[in-house]
Design a protein around this ligand. Structure first.
Ligand code: NAD
Ligand code: UD1
Length: 334
């Protein structure tokens, strides 16, 4: 099976490429390299022995996309490409709608023109908004109380996929709602290496540990949680990558939606403690006020993916921290 990964040089896409290649899938990657580096392809080759064919194309470049699909002969697309900086999306909403929603429409049009009817889409737990409960299941109503344009783009794209599936009976879409991806490949060769300024917890912890950021600002310790800090479901990126393999092996007509998470929540201070334990170093932090739009506690109910995709997470927060530190050591040696 020949699979196109949009955004495949990015953090989650590159880990997924490795898992697919290991299982014998033919993988090609397209990316505009806005938030990733071309050298990722060499790392994928170092790990798997295979260097995927690469197209430097923008989702919004209709001609370039058409040409790529004309050459490709793909059976399926995994659609990772998108902008994901929540803060920036509040300042530049049109950029986010154009890139994420407009880009997905171009992609879907190209797929239709070239007879590709299977897509896996990178969605996010953010589509649940504020449900008033911590444990999230796929049947919950989505799209209410999303606090930023980035999250809205994920919700809108989910709705577009549902509408296309209504219109085209042979269309197969799997929506994967990721919880909080963390960690790196155990080889230390690839991990999260954003070109932009991070605003997620783990990339900030990484930059604090290397001294690029002075200290972690913990956004609030007065939540109704055991230690007062926010609780999230952190999933190792290799487990997440394997979730994509499980998903493409079980594609079916219509739209299928799965949470990809561990089912277990971890607080910000527990993440700090886990990083300190793995690195043997203190991580400087200070408690500051709450961040607008944050929820106290959310975690996945992953039982649908466990049952229908025969997939569940195997790695722990300790694994994620050890792999992150190994990756940081590799980066430092460069
Ligand atoms: P990433 O930024 O590392 O990867 C996304 C890739 O898409 C980048 O390499 C970027 O250059 C590329 N890209 C962006 N716009 C493009 C365009 N117009 N044309 C071509 N390429 C383009 O991000 P990631 O963490 O690997 O996330 C992958 C997907 O998963 C994204 O859609 C993201 O929104 C979603 N997601 C991520 C998280 C997370 O915390 N990392 C959580 C939930 C959902
Ligand atoms: C955030 C986004 C969400 C997006 C997801 C993945 C917000 C409000 N939510 O989710 O829309 O889908 O990233 O890109 O931005 N934290 C700190 N200090 C920091 C950074 C984070 O204390 O410097 C805390 C947060 O308050 C939260 C936890 O760490 O409790 C995780 O934060 P983060 O990594 O940003 O993920 P989410 O808030 O789950």
């Amino acid at each position: 099976m020949k699979v196109l990964l949009t955004g495949g040089t990015g953090y989650i896409g590159s880990h997924t490429a490795i898992e697919l290649i290991k299982l014998g899938y033919e993988v090609e990657i397209m990316d505009n390299l806005f938030n990733s580096k071309i050298t990722v392809l060499d790392k994928i080759e170092e790990i798997t022995g295979v260097k995927p064919k690469f197209y430097k194309v923008d989702l919004l470049d209709k001609e370039g996309m058409d040409k790529m699909f004309g050459e490709g002969g793909y059976d399926l697309v995994i659609h990772f490409a998108g902008l994901k900086a929540v803060g920036e999306s509040v300042e530049k909403p049109l950029k986010y709608y154009e890139n994420n929603v407009g880009g997905t429409i171009n992609l879907l049009e190209c797929m239709k023109k070239h007879g590709v009817n299977k897509i896996v889409f990178s969605s996010s737990a953010t589509v649940y908004g504020d449900q008033g409960v911590a444990e999230l299941t796929e049947e919950m109503q989505t799209g209410v109380g999303i606090t930023n344009p980035y999250g809205e783009t994920k919700h809108v794209i989910e709705e577009i996929l549902k509408d296309v599936a209504e219109a085209e009976p042979d269309f197969e879409a799997t929506i994967l709602r990721y919880f909080n991806p963390v960690g790196a490949h155990p080889s230390g060769l690839i991990g999260e290496d954003p070109n932009d300024i991070p605003n997620n917890l783990m990339p900030i912890i990484m930059k604090v540990s290397t001294g690029e950021i002075e200290k972690l600002k913990v956004y609030g310790d007065d939540y109704d949680t055991p230690d007062g800090t926010g609780i999230r479901d952190y999933i190792h990126v290799v487990d997440l990558a394997k979730g994509h393999v499980a998903a493409i092996e079980k594609m079916k007509p219509g739209v299928s939606i799965y949470n990809l998470g561990t089912g277990k929540g971890t607080s910000v201070l527990e993440m700090v403690a886990a990083f300190e334990k793995a690195s043997g170093k203190k991580l400087p932090y200070e408690i500051v006020g709450r961040r607008a739009g944050d929820l106290a506690e959310i975690f996945a109910n992953p039982s649908k993916a466990e049952k229908e995709l025969d997939w569940k997470t195997e790695l722990t927060i300790e694994d994620a921290m050890n792999d992150t530190i190994n990756y940081l050591e590799h980066l430092a040696k460069k």
